[in-house]
Ligand binder design. Structure first.
Ligand code: CP3
Length: 364
């Protein structure tokens, strides 16, 4: 069942031409007519950009994420370079866990690594709550960004409870999620207690970003495609719904569209939509017209060019961009994106050409 919240009334000023509320991205998310199909890229900020490597220098990833001026600069870089229709906050899904006091680091080339994996009831009990003040540098970065971005929306984000649980329980990136599934299937009470705590952390992290001015949010459940739909519905969806419902219920006087994305989630698309998404992010395995049939007409879609296609000759890229746009016309709203994050070795000029092509082909 989809939870629907009445949209707060929008004042004329909020919908003024050139405002965030009037942007192509928010219009598409609300399934309204758009001046062109909006486009942004997951992982658009980061190692594919020379200016990113220069700005980062030898600052660690977690230090960078809690330095507002650096977050602001790195978040703006792809907006300046590509003219994308949205900025994604430069941060990481483990930032709120680290801010709450969990001992972890982001190891270059590997990803998040947790010092003491969470496996027992005592481990779950000892997990801290996240206090708003602990992510104040993120709030400050969001406020600065909203000031700089003008009519371009800032997309805030959080990791979803399942994906956060996978990192915490496995202790790092995992192919099979075996310890996570051992807890989910073997000790459902403990699993629920862990997911409750992570859902509260994720909801608080999004609340901070929305209160500071983020125009939309994306809940990344990157690894939830590892579950069959029935297990997703029983063991994950209620916790993701708590996070997405918390955002919808915030009294900020504006609608904040919620995008929900995972990889390999073709079998879960309708259930992820029903968790409370306005926009369902689709990976590259399911064409957008097919995805729309699975999701139904009450949700926009986001996606879904295979990021690896950007390494093919331009003619092949162009053909696939056109196919993606054609398939996206079946959806009541389409935000163009990749089917997963930008691969670090991607040529930035190809991304730039994709943005221009999407805008050119869809200009009304
Ligand atoms: O433009 C953007 O999307 C920037 C913001 C962003 C980052 N991480 C920056 C980052 C976002 C939205 C994320 C989310 C994230 N982090 C997810 C969900 C999205 C997805 O890709 O499915 C996940 C699963 C993570 C966990 C994580 N953090 C991984 C797998 C890695 C890569 C490790 C590596 O080096 O290969 C990170 C680190 C990370 N997050 C980097 C960046 C720019 C690289 C850090 C560096 O350059 O040192």
């Amino acid at each position: 069942m989809t939870t629907s919240h009445p949209a707060p009334p929008q004042s004329a000023e909020q919908r003024a031409p050139g405002s965030v509320q009037d942007s192509a991205l928010l219009r598409a998310a609300r399934r309204e007519p758009v001046p062109h199909t909006p486009v942004w890229f997951m992982r658009q900020a980061g190692r594919s950009l020379p200016e990113y490597l220069q700005a980062r220098g030898d600052t660690t990833m977690l230090q960078a994420c809690s330095t507002p001026d650096l977050v602001t600069e790195i978040t703006l870089q792809p907006v300046r370079r590509y003219g994308v229709d949205g900025a994604i906050l430069f941060s990481d899904i483990v930032v709120p866990l680290h801010a709450a006091g969990i001992d972890l680091e982001i190891v270059p080339g590997t990803g998040p690594v947790v010092a003491h994996p969470i496996r027992t009831a005592a481990d779950v009990d000892a997990l801290p709550e996240l206090d708003l003040a602990q992510v104040e540098p993120v709030a400050q970065a969001v406020r600065q960004l909203v000031g700089e971005l003008g009519g371009t929306p800032l997309i805030g984000f959080s990791g979803a409870p399942f994906t956060l649980a996978s990192y915490l329980v496995e202790g790092g990136p995992s192919r099979n999620h075996e310890h996570t599934k051992a807890m989910l299937y073997g000790d459902p009470g403990l699993w629920r207690a862990l997911m409750d705590k992570l859902a509260r952390i994720a909801a608080t992290f999004l609340e901070v970003q929305v209160r500071a001015g983020a125009g939309a949010v994306q809940l990344f459940d990157s690894w939830v495609g590892a579950l069959p739909a029935a297990d997703y519905r029983a063991a994950v969806q209620p916790h993701s719904r708590f996070v997405l419902d918390t955002v919808a219920a915030l009294d900020v006087g504006r609608q904040v569209p919620r995008i929900h994305f995972g990889v390999g989630t073709g079998e879960l698309l309708a259930d992820m939509a029903a968790a409370g998404a306005d926009v369902v992010g689709v990976d590259f395995r399911v064409p957008l017209d097919d995805a729309t049939r699975r999701i139904g007409p009450a949700h926009a879609v986001q996606g879904n060019l295979d990021p690896a296609i950007l390494f093919a000759p331009w003619e092949a890229v162009e053909r696939r961009v056109r196919e993606t746009l054609d398939a996206g016309r079946a959806a009541p709203g389409h935000i163009f994106n990749l089917g997963h994050g930008v691969i670090p070795a991607t040529d930035p000029d190809v991304l730039h050409r994709v943005v221009d092509l999407v805008h050119e082909l869809t200009a009304q």
